[in-house]
Structure formats: structure tokens, C-alpha cells
Ligand binder design. Structure first.
Ligand code: GLU
Length: 311
């Protein structure tokens, strides 16, 4: 399991301060990486919003505050446009992309292809002639077409064995690689960046497990490392008192808010460790202690429901 050359990572989107669910996922990603002798890297996923260095810096500060450390300078996706363009060009040269002029409404109105999974792109733009493509482009101007992956005929969705979830399968359609507004899609960016950063262990929230088969397909089509060389661990989310996924509306859920409520960073780390069965309730622990007790095979598979009063 030990892979000195490999790396794990945490890849937050800088949309605001990290909440307890994000911090717990980050702590798990750090434990998985460090316990296996891997390097641990940070990536700021600031593709689909204006660069917000304020939030990114606060997120990094909060991670450091609970004892998470990382190697190298954080990678910022907004600096990586050339790498994404090169990957799209590689797929394009191989005939694996096509332009899509569909609006959301067009997709909803189209009959779905037989046997297609619900919500799958029905392939409206897939088989256009150059003349039809030019006409479709002109029709949506000044909007620009999106770029979709042309999933090769006969491709079956790549399943994988997740270290927490076990076997995972998912559906694949001709998903978007580049949006009409020029924004690179998450699935493409994550695959390109993980490979460039030498990441061979991906630990993240289990809401992203269904995206993973798409990412594995892209890894294969781009000739990048894929499972079993790359391992995945999708960890359960944290739920708020209502039973829904923890969100800012659940009250004091960020380190800053909790500090204002009189809770120390060490206490928060203690809660997270307790939720992972790596500390006794009320026990004061350091991140190093949490790491020394960490067993990747014993990560709880059930979501943790957080309530301030009972934590
Ligand atoms: N940026 C994503 C998020 O904050 C995580 C992506 C990933 O880990 O692959 O949910």
C-alpha cells in the first residue's frame, strides 16, 4: 500500500469558509495520504467562479489550524487553462469530442435514447455534418457551443472498487468537457490536474462517487493513470440536525463561527476525531494522534449527524 512517490490531495472550491463536513473530509484525505506514506497536496478549485483568493486563503488557514499540513504550493485551477486546452485538443485530435449547441430546454424536450440512463444527454448534436454544425453554431450566436465527449460506441461505464464504498458503478453519457461560456468542466479539470500533480489517491465526499466512472473513462482516453494505479475513497458526508447534508444554514458550522461561539479549534478537531471513532468524546487530541490511530479499513461508512449540543 505504501507508495512513497504517490500523493493524496484535498481540492476545495473557494466558495466560502469550510464547514465541519469539509473539514472532516479534509482530515480523512490527510490521514489516508499520510498513513500510506504519500505526499499531501492542495488544489484550489476556482474554475467556475471569479477567483476568490480571500476564501481560498481562509480555507487553507482553517485546515492548518486543525493540524493538517501539505507539501508544495497549492495548485490553483485558474492557472491551468493551457493544460485543460491541451487535453481537449488531444481528445479532439482523436475524434472524441463534438460541439453541442443544445440549451437545457432542448435537452429536456428531446426524447431520451433507448436504454439511456435518466438525465443522459440524448445525443442531439452527436452526428452532425460540418454544414449542420455551422448552421447550429450560427443559430445560437453570440452564444458559443459547448464541447462534449464523444463516448466511443460500446464503451461500458468503468466501475471501480472504492476503499470505503466497495464496488461502484455509474452511468456514462456524452458529458460536457467545456461549457459554452468557456468554463472547463469539473470532470475534465480534476482528471488533468490529478495526473499532473502525481495524485494516485483521491479521497473526497461520497456525493462525487457517481462522477468517478466519467473521470476514469477520461483517464483512459487521455492515457493517464487510472485504477488500480489510482485509488479512490469516497467518504460519507456530514448531516445537519435536520438530517439533510450539513449547510451553512445549520448555524455555527465553520471554525470561525464556532470560535465566536466559544469553541476552540482543538475541540472541533476532537469532535471530528470522535465522529471517526479516533478519540473518546471530550478527549483532547492533536492531528498527529488522530493520524497515529487512523485505520483506512475502519472509516465509518455511515454519515455523521452533527448537533452542537450533543457533539
Ligand atoms: N472541489 C470539489 C468540492 O469542493 C472536490 C473535487 C474533488 O475532490 O475531486 O466538492
Amino acid at each position: 500500500m505504501t507508495s512513497p512517490a504517490g500523493a493524496g490531495r484535498y481540492a476545495p472550491s473557494p466558495s466560502g469558509d469550510l464547514h465541519l463536513g469539509n473539514l472532516r473530509t479534509a482530515l480523512l484525505a490527510w490521514c489516508f495520504a499520510r498513513a500510506s506514506g504519500r505526499r499531501f497536496l492542495m488544489r484550489i478549485e476556482d474554475l467556475d467562479r471569479a477567483r476568490d483568493t480571500g476564501a481560498a486563503q481562509r480555507q487553507l488557514g482553517d485546515l492548518a489550524r486543525i493540524g493538517i499540513d501539505w507539501d508544495d504550493e497549492p495548485v490553483q485551477q485558474s492557472d491551468r487553462a493551457a493544460a485543460y486546452a491541451a487535453a481537449i485538443a488531444q481528445l479532439s485530435d482523436a475524434g472524441l469530442v463534438y460541439e453541442c449547441t443544445c440549451s437545457r430546454k432542448d435537452i429536456l424536450a428531446a426524447p431520451s435514447a433507448p436504454h439511456a440512463p435518466p438525465g443522459a444527454y440524448p445525443g442531439i448534436c452527436r452526428e452532425r455534418t460540418p454544414a449542420e454544425r455551422a448552421e447550429a453554431r450560427a443559430r445560437i450566436a453570440p452564444r458559443l457551443p459547448a464541447v462534449r465527449l464523444r463516448v466511443p460506441q460500446g464503451t461500458s461505464a468503468p466501475g471501480f472498487i472504492d476503499r470505503v464504498l466497495g464496488p461502484v458503478h455509474g452511468d456514462i453519457d456524452d458529458f460536457v468537457l467545456l461549457r459554452g461560456d468557456g468554463t472547463v468542466a469539473y470532470n475534465l479539470a480534476v482528471v488533468v490536474d490529478d495526473a499532473a500533480m502525481g495524485v494516485d489517491q483521491v479521497v473526497r465526499g461520497d456525493d462525487l462517487a457517481p462522477s468517478t466512472p466519467r473521470q476514469i473513462l477520461l483517464q483512459r482516453l487521455l492515457g493517464l493513470p487510472a485504477p488500480p494505479e489510482v485509488e479512490y475513497a469516497h467518504v460519507p458526508l456530514v448531516l445537519g440536525p435536520s438530517g439533510a447534508r450539513l449547510a451553512k444554514r445549520d448555524g455555527a458550522v465553520t471554525l470561525g463561527q464556532l470560535r465566536d461561539a466559544g469553541v476552540t479549534d482543538g475541540e472541533v478537531l476532537g469532535w471530528l476525531a470522535t465522529s471517526l471513532h479516533l478519540a473518546q468524546p471530550g478527549e483532547r487530541v492533536t492531528a498527529a494522534t488522530v493520524l497515529s490511530r487512523f485505520d483506512p479499513a475502519a472509516v465509518p461508512t455511515e454519515p455523521w449527524t452533527w448537533r452542537l449540543a450533543t457533539s
